[in-house]
Design a protein around this ligand. Structure first.
Ligand code: ADP
Length: 461
């Protein structure tokens, strides 16, 4: 039938436009490295913001004592306390609580939001058990993970540029978020001090360091994506003021904004045009969890409309943006049954389509093309960062064991994605060098990382 020819044509075109052969990967890695350089040279010099974290005392693992962490990055916030035991015992005890933020507070005033956070933190702090111990006369110190765009001005202060992810709180933008939290804690009569304000990637890097001194890069692949790494201060031309005594600092790349040389299809361009931030975050839109399902849905819709993939009538649900989510892609991809029963069920539940076995096979091919591109480009991005570090420190990255700490739901749950990512890294670096590069899942390390950073930046030295 002519229709099936058309489905086949769309698939072949998709596969060839999404293809990431070695030269494409190499170009992406090189471009990532040079965009990093441009962003380090001068503010605004590149798609990559290369934000200074002011974290130049990396946790050594020797940190001891009781520290708190507060993580605000989405519709939940987490509070955590950890008793650090130094090199021998590392983490002696932890306790945490997750609190969902009432919808109305996401649209309220800054005072209301921070008062709520401070009051829940106060409640949590009251329930400290005997496993935790604060030396007499000391304040409790907090590491504050705040995953919104912040212009950091020191390790313990930063100005909120804008709320994202559905928050529309009035009165915070342009203010120091640490001051907002401190004032709220004072209103609540809570005597704690914020010692470190950190991005979640930076927290992940610091947390992973607790277990492994070779961690040099951290990457988040979840709803969105970002990466940070340990940089030499003498390689940061835009750095002014006194250099850190360690000669190193963590740079938050904000790599989601990268866009150089990424193979894009009409489906990506249409999705981008319909997004709330057209033209922005192109790397993120190609590799992160929020978008992979939506790209696939757009392909399937076209196959249904122009190629009769499913049946004559296209259900409305398939035309609904974000009806197909990345976890759906993953679950379909994992179906290894002969009749692809799970694929059929998931497709039906998510999009309302009835599918034949041959249609299901095509759906898997579509998922695979998009996820393969995403995973391989993420891998190329990681190699780009490592390559930049290697160029400035000959042999100190590729010539020895170097660890990349990974976190985020997409990396954690999608084995095909993980494999494609690792495959691209190996292809780019070659078998020998890639043996030195360890890509490691570091689950929920950012909370402990923030507490560790509060410890290494403690007011008590
Ligand atoms: P966030 O990035 O929202 O802070 P996570 O790191 O937990 O939180 O990532 C959640 C994201 O991970 C989801 O938006 C989704 O895109 C992706 N994800 C979650 N579960 C799966 C899964 N089973 N398969 C593929 N992707 C998943």
């Amino acid at each position: 039938r002519s229709t099936s020819v058309s489905v086949g044509t769309i698939l072949t075109k998709l596969q060839s436009e999404c293809a990431t052969p070695l030269p494409v990967l190499r170009h992406v890695a090189d471009a990532m490295a040079s965009d990093m350089r441009a962003g380090l040279a001068v503010d605004g010099g590149s798609d990559l913001k290369m934000i200074l974290s002011y974290v130049d005392t990396l946790p050594s693992g020797n940190e001891k004592g009781l520290f708190y962490a507060l993580d605000l990055g989405g519709t939940n916030f987490r509070v955590l306390r950890v008793q650090l035991g130094g090199k021998e015992d590392r983490v002696v005890a932890t306790e945490f609580e997750q609190v969902s933020i009432p919808q109305e507070l996401m649209f309220g005033t800054s005072e209301e939001l921070f008062d709520f956070i401070a009051s829940r933190l106060a409640k949590f702090a009251e329930k400290e058990s005997a496993k935790f111990h604060l030396p007499q006369g000391r304040k409790r110190e907090i590491g504050f993970t705040f995953s919104f765009p912040v212009k950091q001005i020191s390790i313990d202060s930063g100005i909120l540029m804008k709320w994202t992810k559905g928050f529309a709180v009035s009165g915070t933008a342009g203010r120091d978020v640490v001051a907002c939290l401190n004032e709220a804690m004072e209103r609540q009569g809570l005597d704690m001090r914020v010692s470190a304000l950190v991005n979640d990637t930076v927290g992940t890097l610091a947390g992973a360091r607790c277990w492994d001194d070779d961690v040099m890069v951290a990457v988040i692949l979840g709803t969105g994506t970002n990466a940070c790494y340990v940089e030499r201060t003498d390689a940061i031309p835009k750095l002014r003021g006194p250099n850190s005594s360690s000669g190193r600092t963590i740079i938050n790349t904000e790599w989601g904004a990268f866009s150089n040389g990424i193979p894009l299809t009409v489906f990506d361009r249409d999705m981008d045009a319909a997004s709330i931030n057209p033209g922005e975050q192109i790397f993120e839109k190609t590799i992160s969890g929020m978008y992979l399902g939506e790209i696939a849905r757009r392909v399937l819709l076209k196959m249904a409309e122009e190629g009769d993939l499913f049946s004559k009538s296209v259900p409305e649900k398939l035309s609904t943006p974000f009806a197909l989510r990345t976890p759906d892609l993953c679950a379909m991809h994992l179906d290894d049954s002969d009749d692809l029963q799970a694929v059929g069920t998931i497709l039906y539940n998510a999009t309302g389509v009835e599918s034949s076995l041959s249609a299901r096979k095509i759906v898997i091919e579509v998922c695979d093309a998009i996820v393969k591109r995403g995973g391989r480009l993420a891998g190329a991005g990681i190699v780009g960062i490592l390559q930049k570090m290697e160029e400035d420190s000959k042999g100190l990255i590729f010539g020895k064991r170097t660890v990349v700490a990974m976190d985020g739901g997409l990396y954690e749950h999608y084995p095909h994605y993980r494999n494609y990512l690792q495959g691209a890294v190996t292809e780019l670096l070659g078998l020998e060098t890639s043996k030195n590069i360890v890509i490691e899942h570091s689950k929920d390390g950012s909370g402990i990382g923030a507490a560790l950073l509060a410890a290494s930046n403690s007011m008590y030295g």
